[in-house]
Each structure stands twice: as C-alpha cells, then as structure tokens.
Design a protein around this ligand. Structure first.
Ligand SMILES: Nc1ncnc2c1ncn2[C@@H]1O[C@H](COP(=O)(O)OP(=O)(O)OP(=O)(O)O)[C@@H](O)[C@H]1O
Length: 237
C-alpha cells in the first residue's frame, strides 16, 4: 500500500461519547459528543485539567477503547465495524504511543526496547528489525548508546528511546500522553522539538495530550477538553 497524501483525513470523530456505568450510581458521561478531524501531517494538542477525560479520549483515538455512541473513522473505516483483534492489528501497525513515564523495559538495552514493536511486524520490518531500530536511535541522537540499559540514561534520553520505539514501525498516528511530564522544562522543550520534527518528517499525525500550555502551544491546532466537550481549536500563531 502506498503512503497517503499529506493532509488526507486519518481520524474522524463524529459525536463520540464515552460513558461508564458504575453499579448503584448514575452513569458517568466522560465524553459528550466529540467531533474532531485529524489528518496526516497534523500536530494537534489537547489540554485539559485532571479528570477532564483526556486519557479516555486518547484510548479511543488509539483504538484501545471504543465510543459508547457516535463513530470513529480510522483511515476511512468505521471502528464499530472492526473486532477487537482487527483493532489490535491496526493499532500495532498504525499507532505509536509515547507516555509520561517512558514505559521502557528496564532489563533491555535501548536497541532491544526499540525493536520490541517490530517483533509483531511482518515481512521486511520483521527481518530488518535490528537495522531499523538502530537507524531510529541514530535519528534521535542515540546512535552511540544502542547497548545501554535505560537506568544508565537520563530522563530526556529515555524519552528519546521511547520516541524511537513509537516511530520504528512508521505509524500513521503518534499519540503522546504528557510526554514532558517527567522532564525538566529545558529537556522537555528539546524532546518536544525532536518529537515534532521526527513526526513531521515521517508524515504521521501527532496528537499531544498535556497539562502544559507551553507544550500545547507547539501544535498547529490546540484544543481544550472540559466537562467532556472539546472546544474549537486555537490556531498556532
Ligand atoms: N472505567 C472507569 N470507571 C469509573 N470512572 C472512570 C473510568 N474511566 C475514567 N473514569 C473517570 O472519568 C474521568 C476522566 O478520566 P480520564 O482518566 O480520562 O481523565 P484525564 O483527563 O486523563 O485525567 P488525568 O489528567 O488525571 O490523567 C475521571 O473522573 C475518572 O475517574
């Protein structure tokens, strides 16, 4: 399959809600009718207070969870028509995740960590996994630390390994959940600049979830989530 043109819609949400039912209590309506369109090459940020539903939305965007009502189209395909297995396959091939606490495997080297998503890949990606992982680590400036284990590296370096791991399968969508939350301000800014650059270079869409207004402001479109509703975007200056 050839790569999609930049600017083509990758994710479309129409009236997406998410509610949870807790025994003996009123249902909790976490997301209340989200409309959102994200294209390849976009960098979108979503800012919101703790408990506003950011992780719930991220789980839906990343095919980890499904809307209660409404529809999510991933690459033109309604997610409601996909079974759990199909969602898992699409997620593995098309979505890269970056977390606040890096979530690296502690006993494994930088290279082994970045190779992990390729263990489930098929064809060339599988056979060339060591070369692809080394190339990604070089791209994030860690070409000389391939055999290092995470505990020997700084927070910023660990997050760069996580970026390499998220990008190694050339996903169409990168979801970053508080990517600078465990870093100091300067390191966080450098890591975000790198993430922005490598995402753009790969043609992926980048969605950054953050509490931090400075991190949010790096995106082309900046949304706020509050009371389960997504506001109209603020465009970057
Ligand atoms: N499965 C669940 N059962 C009960 N309540 C839930 C469930 N999932 C989420 N919630 C509640 O829904 C609200 C939104 O949760 P969510 O984790 O999406 O918020 P968030 O914006 O990511 O918060 P934070 O920034 O603190 O991580 C919270 O009040 C949370 O307690």
């Amino acid at each position: 399959m050839s790569a999609p043109a930049l600017g083509a819609p990758l994710l479309e949400l129409h009236g997406v809600t998410r509610s949870v039912h807790i025994p003996d209590r009123e249902p909790l309506h976490i997301l209340q009718g989200i409309d959102l369109s994200i294209s390849t090459g976009d960098h979108v940020s979503i800012q919101g207070r703790s408990g506003s539903g950011k992780s719930t939305l991220l789980n839906i965007l990343g095919l980890l969870d499904v809307p209660t009502t409404g529809e999510l189209y991933f690459d033109g395909r309604p997610v409601s028509s996909m079974g759990e297995k199909q969602r898992a396959v699409s997620r593995g091939a098309q979505v890269g995740f970056i977390f606040q606490q890096f979530n690296l495997l502690p006993g494994r080297t930088a290279l082994e960590n970045v190779m992990t998503p390729l263990l489930y890949a098929r064809g060339t990606q599988f056979w060339q996994r060591e070369r692809l992982a080394a190339r990604m680590l070089e791209r994030v400036g860690l070409g000389d630390r391939l055999r290092e284990k995470p505990h020997k590296l700084s927070g910023g370096e660990q997050q760069r390994i996580a970026i390499a791991r998220a990008l190694v399968r050339s996903p169409r969508l990168i979801l970053a959940d508080e990517p600078t939350g465990a870093l100091d301000i300067d390191t966080g800014q450098r890591v975000m600049a790198l993430l922005d650059e490598v995402a753009l270079e790969s043609g992926a869409a980048l969605v950054t979830i953050t509490h931090d207004a400075n991190v949010a402001a790096l995106a082309q479109r900046h949304y706020r989530l509050g009371d389960g509703i997504l506001n109209a975007p603020e465009l970057a200056a």
